[in-house]
Design a protein around this ligand. Structure first.
Ligand code: RIB
Ligand code: CA
Length: 310
């Protein structure tokens, strides 16, 4: 079975950490490298978080630090959800794993240019690294097999009524990616808000009793508490790992081809993924947008992959 080669670009972030957990162990995924971006917290913090997660799980995956701020707009973080460290909750051993010397954008370019066009770029944070890579070296664009992102929504946002965090945090980078012409699978809030990590899920995963399940529990205790504090929800939507779950088992996600345009011009709707659900504009679809998720199958997949860790 051919493994799906991926570069995972992320801003750990509690849910990014679970995405790393799944991608790092599943036999269908070849996690070539992790590139880190500022988003949930500053680049310095998201980089340390990515290293800590890999070290904790024993993942021998190179980690590259990328862009510390968006292409144009001012940087924003999500400390209300992810805490001051960006990964509040778990207590890690002293960090020994080091970042690679190469900048993440240059790593993306080198890796894609050397490839046979069989690499999927998964982004679970602001798309700054990908947008900068496309602008710096446009020749990588045809080399990208697929872009799978957690971001956007065709319904309501989570930062403004219009916009979701990963997109509004760098709407210009998202605009570059969505106009690149490459296949896009958009895992937006419309589906991620159905994957709610209730206390019963945390208890279920805790019973596995290995290092991955302990990390999951320590992450989710903080993540869910902050989602309750901010949104009043009993279970936090576990956004990012759905991108990896989709690559492992595409049947988990139901998608609909739509023309999706990033709003970088308006004030009220800045950062919105304007998805033409009904095809009003008769424009060629540029993205397969998630419209439903098999939640039971998703949690089963999470459990199965946590169990794969010794
Ligand atoms: O809006 C949710 C997204 O923003 C998730 O990827 C979360 O980690 C933050 O990056
Ligand atoms: Ca994220």
């Amino acid at each position: 079975m051919d493994k799906r080669k991926i570069i995972l670009d992320c801003d750990p972030g509690h849910d990014d950490a679970v995405a790393i957990t799944l991608a790092g162990i599943n036999e269908k995924i070849d996690l070539l490298g992790i590139t880190v971006v500022a988003g949930n917290q500053t680049l310095e913090k998201t980089s340390v978080n990515a290293l800590n997660v890999c070290q904790c799980l024993g993942l021998d995956v190179p980690v590259y630090a990328g862009c510390g701020q968006p292409m144009i707009r001012e940087k924003m973080v999500a400390a209300d959800i992810h805490g001051e460290t960006g990964l509040d909750g778990p207590v890690f051993e002293p960090l020994k794993k080091k970042l690679e010397d190469q900048h993440a954008v240059l790593y993306m370019i080198d890796t894609l240019m050397k490839s046979d066009g069989d690499i999927t770029v998964v982004t679970t944070g602001p798309m700054t690294n990908l947008g900068m890579a496309m602008r710096l070296e446009p020749a990588i664009i045809p080399k990208i097999q697929e872009i799978v992102l957690m971001g956007g929504a065709y319904t309501n946002g989570n930062v403004t009524p219009a916009a979701e965090f990963n997109i509004i945090a760098d709407a210009d980078a998202a605009y570059v990616a969505f106009t690149s012409g490459r296949p896009i699978t958009m895992v937006g809030l419309d589906v991620t808000r159905k994957a709610l990590c209730y206390p019963s899920i945390v208890e279920r995963m805790g019973k596995i009793g290995n290092k991955a399940s302990k990390l999951f529990v320590d992450l989710m205790k903080h993540f869910c508490a902050s989602q309750k504090a901010v949104f009043g929800w009993e279970g936090g939507p576990l956004h990012d790992p759905i991108t990896i779950a989709y690559l492992i088992d595409p049947s988990i996600l139901t998608t609909k081809p739509m023309h999706a345009e990033i709003d970088i011009r308006s004030t009220q709707s800045y950062g919105r993924t304007n998805c033409d659900y009904f095809g009003y504009q008769k424009k060629e679809p540029n993205a397969n947008v998630g419209i439903d998720i098999d939640v039971e199958k998703f949690w089963d997949l999470v459990e199965d992959n946590l169990k794969k860790y010794s």
